[in-house]
Design a binder for this molecule. Structure first.
Ligand code: TRP
Ligand code: SF4
Length: 525
């Protein structure tokens, strides 16, 4: 995952609010000046808008640490309806797991507790090919990530932990999906060029496979908790998933196809059929064409819709659900036609169903696809969390030990790091009492909100309000935070020790016998 490092992930903005130059580069450097710019520019949606649909939301959701999502509604719905869903995220074993990664561990574990099939993976192929880490280093970090995941409550009996490098099923999936991805996309999405190593490209296909892996054999909503720098992978995975689909379903009104912008006009005509049809039970396409021209403002969409309708002549205008072939083999289309119940009309490359709702058609199409050897993927969803500020201010970076707290740090060192952290406090106690501190600018407040207060909303709110109101001074506040951090680390490390046994029982090897450490050039940037 990404919480990481200056060199890990990028969201660059030029600083101005609503800046127009934002790039999301999974292997670049991270700064997000303005999370809202991600909504407008990349179509990430605000998490606030789905929060009320999530049963018993996690504190990271309640506190806005998880700020955005793509298509999370379908996951929330599955949770509410007790339908199958999955959660998956991956971690590049490039250093110690730290408190930034803990956010993602917690998100996975929470979704598992809500009934999701949970997957956590070690992105060792990516670390090796895109970051140039040796297998020896990777093995060591792999162990550490897995132990922390288990210590925080990942249930390995119910969920699956894997390494990319040893998961044969995953590799097979990556190979298949690679057929639906083009180098030209890699160029435009990731800026890859002739100097990019082929293994780095393969690691991208592997990540797309990771994201869809939980659905093999059982398509279901899947949420991927990540930092916003991973969004390009999500978009690609969603596109690739769509390309593998056998069928596509739409609403239609006649044997002819209407473009997306024409569709609402035709629907409107159908709604008003009583106004123009000689026989309202059989409104004709040509009548609808005339009506559109008379009643609707002249636009390109109206003109093309009216023309298509006029050409359809006396064919009745009649709503139906259309199932189109996307990449289905002939046998699958035949099986689908066979399975459509009620009145239907079969064309070359699509079938119109008059007694199926869009939802029913979707379900049927997926069912047939899976039965006929397809994947039937549901578009994967994602949730995005904010990057933690470094303890020293600035970015939290794996390469600057004082900026983060590793889950392996000696509890006393953790205590000391919090004690020496930057704050949002005023220069003097007097000024602090008068003006209040600035919790929104304070890495220590973040520690409370993201981790130390855990489920205790009262504590998080109290720290915030007391700080802003000038009743809380930084000395005491840091002492309290440092103590909580020490306790957290002590407890976590005890649990890590207990998890050793669990780890030994897993069939994830933490010792690879791969050769190749001498071969990998450090990244290709
Ligand atoms: N690319 C991610 C990172 O940089 C790691 C990763 C690999 C991942 N496969 C994944 C994340 C699948 C989420 C889902 O940290
Ligand atoms: Fe930060 Fe606490 Fe100081 Fe407020 S009182 S600025 S939260 S350290």
């Amino acid at each position: 995952m990404t919480e990481d490092t200056s060199d890990d992930a990028t969201v660059e903005t030029d600083g101005a609010a609503g800046a127009d130059e934002t790039t999301l580069d999974p292997w670049g450097s991270v700064t997000v000046e303005d999370y809202r710019s991600l909504f407008a520019e990349f179509g990430i949606e605000s998490f606030d808008e789905v929060l009320s649909e999530v049963p018993d939301p996690h504190y990271l959701m309640r506190r806005g640490v998880i700020f955005g999502h793509r298509d999370y509604r379908r996951v929330a719905r599955a949770m509410r309806d007790d339908d199958p869903f999955a959660v998956l995220s991956g971690f590049m074993p490039t250093g110690d797991p730290h408190i930034g990664h803990k956010l993602v561990f917690d998100e996975i574990i929470w979704h598992q507790a809500q009934g999701g099939d949970a997957y956590a993976l070690i992105a060792d192929l990516e670390a090796h090919s895109a970051r140039g880490l040796s297998w020896t280093e990777i093995d060591e970090h792999t162990r550490d990530y897995l132990l922390s995941l288990l210590a925080l409550g990942f249930d390995p009996d119910e969920g699956e932990l894997y390494r990319q490098s040893t998961n044969r099923g995953l590799q097979d999936l990556a190979f298949e999906l690679g057929s639906s991805a083009r180098f030209s996309e890699f160029e435009s999405i990731y800026g890859f060029d002739g100097e990019t190593s082929v293994s780095h490209m393969a690691s991208v296909v592997t990540q797309i496979a990771d994201i869809l892996y939980p659905q093999v054999g059982e398509p279901k909503p899947t949420v991927v908790p990540v930092g916003p720098d991973q969004d390009p992978h999500m978009r690609l995975a969603r596109d690739v998933a769509a390309r593998t689909r056998y069928f596509k379903t739409t609403e239609a009104f006649a044997s002819v196809e209407f473009a997306a912008e024409e569709q609402p006009l035709v629907a409107d005509a159908h709604d008003h059929r009583a106004e123009f049809a000689d026989d309202p039970d059989r409104p004709r396409c040509v009548e609808a064409a005339d009506w559109l021209r008379e009643t609707h403002e002249q636009t390109a969409a109206r003109e093309s819709a009216a023309e298509t309708l006029a050409n359809a002549g006396r064919e009745p205008l009649r709503p139906r659900t259309r199932i189109l072939v996307r990449s289905a083999p002939d046998a699958a289309f035949e099986a689908l036609v066979e399975a459509v119940e009620g009145e239907k009309r079969v064309y070359d490359g699509h079938v119109d169903a008059f007694d199926l709702s869009l939802d029913e058609a979707d379900r049927l199409a997926r069912e047939i696809e899976v039965a006929e050897g397809g994947f039937g993927f549901v578009a994967p969803s994602s949730v995005y969390h904010r990057f933690m500020t470094g303890l020293t201010g600035g970015k939290m970076s794996s390469s600057v030990p004082a900026s983060h707290i590793s889950l392996l740090d000696d509890p006393e060192d953790g205590y000391d790091k919090v004690q020496s952290a930057a704050t949002g406090g005023r220069d003097t106690a007097e000024a602090q009492r008068e003006l209040g501190g600035e919790p929104d600018e304070c890495p220590v407040y973040e520690l409370y909100a993201y981790l130390l207060a855990a489920d205790d909303d009262d504590l998080a709110t109290r720290v915030y309000e007391e700080c802003a109101g000038g009743e809380r001074l930084c000395g005491g506040c840091k002492e309290q935070a440092a103590t909580l951090m020490r306790e957290f680390l002590e407890d976590h490390q005890e649990k890590r020790a207990e998890a050793e046994e669990l780890l030994a029982d897993l069939d994830v090897s933490v010792e690879t016998d791969r050769v190749g450490d001498g071969l990998v050039p450090a990244a290709d940037e």
